[in-house]
Structure formats: structure tokens, C-alpha cells
Design a protein around this ligand. Structure first.
Ligand code: SF4
Ligand code: SF4
Length: 228
């Protein structure tokens, strides 16, 4: 899932300072699952904003709403409030949701209430850990299922940097060395042949070096009707 954390309250208050009528808009997707977004948080945030405004001798109206996903247009029909009726919409979705809403409501001011951080799994109660960095060229087949991009501080693809210390990463002593974990996993599976192979340089155009990335499923694109 995509993990996002709410922006600091001071930053949010500064952002909405020019506006009097605000809609806090939640997304029912990933950020609800990781408990930083969702309808309850939107309601709470709306209340906090009103409280903060009254403490600053200001009056604002802050409503809240929630749709299943802000990154998909089909769910916009479920909005019970119209973003165009507000001075500003504070979206507590991930960046994809905020960006897509801004595009679809070009006359509305859509502000980000969250900082989008990483792709994660819920590893324990209240803990989400990064498992993938969306590199566009997945290596998990030859790393025993452990991501060398996310689980190695230097995102190395040809084994450890040599700085591993007592199994810990030299960059961050609080984390296990990802490449030691990969080695041990492959050893356990009797697949150290994979570890010994030299991997070619990564093509960073698949990552973030070549503009906006798109997934295009040609079969799903409707063909233009032919004019007769
Ligand atoms: S190798 Fe790339 S696609 Fe695969 S899990 Fe790691 S970052 Fe994600
Ligand atoms: S110590 Fe391990 S995890 Fe840390 S940068 Fe080196 S190879 Fe990567």
C-alpha cells in the first residue's frame, strides 16, 4: 500500500490561512488502511482546524467528506460535498489523489494534507515498513524476494557494499543490511548462484529519469469510431 503521513499541523494551518470555507476530503484507500487518513481523521482534522482558527480569533467553516478513492474518477460521484463550493479543499489522500483531484477540479484549490512517503506492508501493530520503491524493473526473482532498492540504503544491485557491520547497515545501524538478508535467503534456498551473477547497470529511465510514467493496457483502450 501507499503510506502517507499527515503534514505537521502548523504547516496545514499556514496552508489554509487565506481561506474561510474549507473541505477536508479523505480517501478510503491506502491512507485509510495505514490509519493516517480516512473519514474519522478527516472529521477530527476539520474540528482541529476550527479550534485552531478560533484560538487565533478567526472563524472558518470546515466540513469533511470521504470517497472510496481520490485517484479514480468513478468514485467522484460519491462526493456528498462539491469541491467547487469551497475556498479550498484539504485532501488527506496520497499525492496521486491530490494531483488527480486538482486536475479534475481545475477551478478548486486542492491542497495536500499529507506527505506521501513509501510503498509498504503492515509488519506489526502500528508499524508499516517499506518494501518497494516502484523502480519499474523488479529484481525480486533473483534476490529471494527481498528488494535491493528499498532494503539497501544505497539501493545496490550487485551485493553488499562491504560496510556491513554485525549484520547492520553501515548507513543506519538500526536496520539490517538488506544484502546480508538477501544472501542468507538465497543460501537457505540453495540459490547462491543468483548472488554470484553480475547484474547489468540499471536502466533508470524505468525509474524516474524519463518524465511521467504510464501503464498503458492497449486491449482496454477503446478504438476511435471510423467516420464513414
Ligand atoms: S526491485 Fe523495484 S519493483 Fe521490485 S520490489 Fe524493489 S523497488 Fe519494487
Ligand atoms: S551495509 Fe548493506 S544495506 Fe547498508 S548500504 Fe551496504 S549493502 Fe546496503
Amino acid at each position: 500500500m501507499i503510506v502517507a503521513e499527515r503534514k505537521p499541523m502548523d504547516e496545514i494551518i499556514d496552508m489554509i490561512a487565506p481561506y474561510e470555507k474549507v473541505l477536508v476530503l479523505a480517501c478510503g484507500g491506502c491512507v485509510t488502511v495505514c490509519l493516517t487518513g480516512g473519514e474519522k481523521n478527516a472529521e477530527m482534522l476539520a474540528t482541529q482546524l476550527k479550534l485552531a482558527a478560533s484560538q487565533a480569533d478567526k472563524t472558518i467553516s470546515a466540513d469533511f467528506d470521504c470517497i472510496t478513492r481520490q485517484c479514480e474518477k468513478e468514485f467522484f460521484d460519491n462526493l456528498t460535498k462539491n469541491p467547487d463550493d469551497y475556498d479550498a479543499v484539504l485532501s488527506i489522500a496520497c499525492g496521486a489523489g491530490v494531483g488527480y483531484m486538482s486536475e479534475q477540479y481545475p477551478d478548486a484549490v486542492i491542497l495536500p494534507g499529507m506527505n506521501t512517503t513509501f510503498l509498504a506492508s503492515n509488519v506489526a501493530n502500528g508499524i508499516w515498513e517499506e518494501y518497494c520503491r516502484g523502480c519499474g524493473d523488479c529484481a525480486l526473482a533473483w534476490t529471494g524476494g527481498i528488494c535491493p532498492i528499498a532494503k539497501c540504503s544505497k539501493s545496490l544491485i550487485n551485493g553488499t557494499c562491504g560496510g556491513t557491520n554485525d549484520g547492520k547497515c553501515e548507513v543506519d545501524q538500526d536496520m539490517e543490511c538488506g544484502w546480508l538478508a538477501i544472501y542468507e535467503r538465497l543460501e537457505k534456498r540453495d540459490r547462491l548462484d543468483e548472488y554470484r551473477k553480475m547484474r547489468p547497470l540499471r536502466d533508470h529511465r524505468k525509474d524516474r529519469g524519463k518524465g511521467v510514467r504510464r501503464l498503458v493496457l492497449k486491449d482496454m483502450i477503446e478504438e476511435e469510431p471510423v467516420n464513414e
